[in-house]
Design a protein around this ligand. Structure first.
Ligand SMILES: [Zn+2]
Length: 342
């Protein structure tokens, strides 16, 4: 009897934690693992990154969130007098936190000055790179603090009861842009995809529109990581793809990105989705049709071999995902450099 007890204790002490961590290693970890930047750390993190090269980087506040008036931070990197700009938004949806880490790592990479990287100095001479780690500081606060794993929208009090209903309140910021907004049927306020009371009703979206009008964006990339897994590891172009030159340029840049990134758990690389994409008021449709900016959305976060969608992987996998997506972003920028040198 005593031997069995000893064996049981051994199992509990040694084997069980290993089993748990092995399962976690390939699945979701929530509350988020330690390497995810949390909402309360973001400001200090941005200051730290800016300090890597204060001549080339400035922390900016482009606006404030709709319900809680939280600052929407941006990093402006590169030559401020450059006429062309590039935009990367790390997050629209609260639970899609990987893009926040990717965009911060991108900023760091651009600022760790390496004079031998000719492409990088050319890029920062000729473009202003605007990096917005999160456009949804309210959703980010809820998810990164461990309050709720699946919070997509901002915290607007959509049912007007003067309190925050975590699971139902809010507007889907990527349905609130003033392009194809009318075509989106989602008017149910409790839906996670609620498009808002009118186009650009949300101050987050007003802030982006103002930024888009102030700068000449030659490219806009939006990072997501959809919780359903249906869209994972694909790149989505503006709706109603057509033969225009602008669309072709967008397609070429998206393909460069896709080919660079191996899937997290399965064989092959990311793919550019070739079917029809949503005709709703989302960022890529707004930038493409209203601003004439090549624009696409990247769905990071893969399905594992058990068919489970992993959007909150543990530290080790997060690091791999961040690195390969930063590489892909730099590869796309390199292609833009080549095109602008011609
Ligand atoms: Zn999303």
């Amino acid at each position: 009897m005593q031997t069995i007890d000893a064996l049981q204790i051994m199992f509990l002490v040694m084997v069980l934690p290993c089993l748990v961590s092995c399962v976690q290693a390939k699945g979701n970890v929530y509350p988020l693992d330690s390497k995810y930047v949390k909402a309360e750390e973001l400001n200090a993190e941005l200051d730290k990154i800016t300090q890597l090269n204060p001549e080339l980087a400035e922390k900016r506040i482009i606006g404030f969130s709709s319900a809680e008036n939280l600052p929407i931070y941006a990093l402006q990197i590169g030559n401020k007098n450059a006429s062309a700009a590039i935009l990367v938004i790390g997050q629209h949806h609260g639970e899609e936190v990987i893009g926040v880490n990717v965009s911060l790592a991108l900023a760091e990479k651009l600022l760790k000055n390496n004079p031998k990287e000719e492409n990088q100095s050319y890029l920062l001479e000729n473009y202003q790179v605007w990096i917005i780690p999160t456009l949804n500081p309210e959703g980010f606060r809820i998810v990164s603090s461990g309050m709720l794993r699946t919070k997509r929208k901002n915290n607007r009090d959509t049912n007007n009861n003067h309190k925050l209903d975590l699971r139902t309140d809010g507007v889907d910021l990527n349905r609130n842009y003033p392009m194809f907004w009318d075509m989106d049927p989602e008017t149910e306020i409790n839906s996670p995809y609620y498009k808002g009371s009118e186009p650009a009703s949300e101050s987050e979206i007003k802030a982006i529109i103002a930024l888009a009008q102030q700068h000449n964006f030659a490219l806009a990339i939006f990072l997501h990581s959809s919780i359903s897994g249906v869209y994972s590891e694909k790149i989505y172009l503006p709706a109603r793809g057509n033969g225009s030159e602008l669309f072709q340029n967008t397609y070429i840049l998206a393909t460069i990105y896709a080919k660079e990134v191996k899937k997290d758990y399965l064989k092959g690389t990311y793919e550019v989705y070739e079917g029809p994409t949503s005709e709703v008021g989302n960022a890529r449709n707004f930038f493409f049709y209203r601003m004439r900016t090549p624009a696409f959305l990247v769905e990071i976060g893969g399905n594992n071999k058990r068919g489970q969608s992993v959007i909150h992987p543990s530290n080790a996998m997060l690091e791999k995902i961040v690195n390969k997506n930063v590489k892909a972003l730099l590869k796309v920028f390199e292609e833009m450099n080549k095109a602008s040198k011609k």
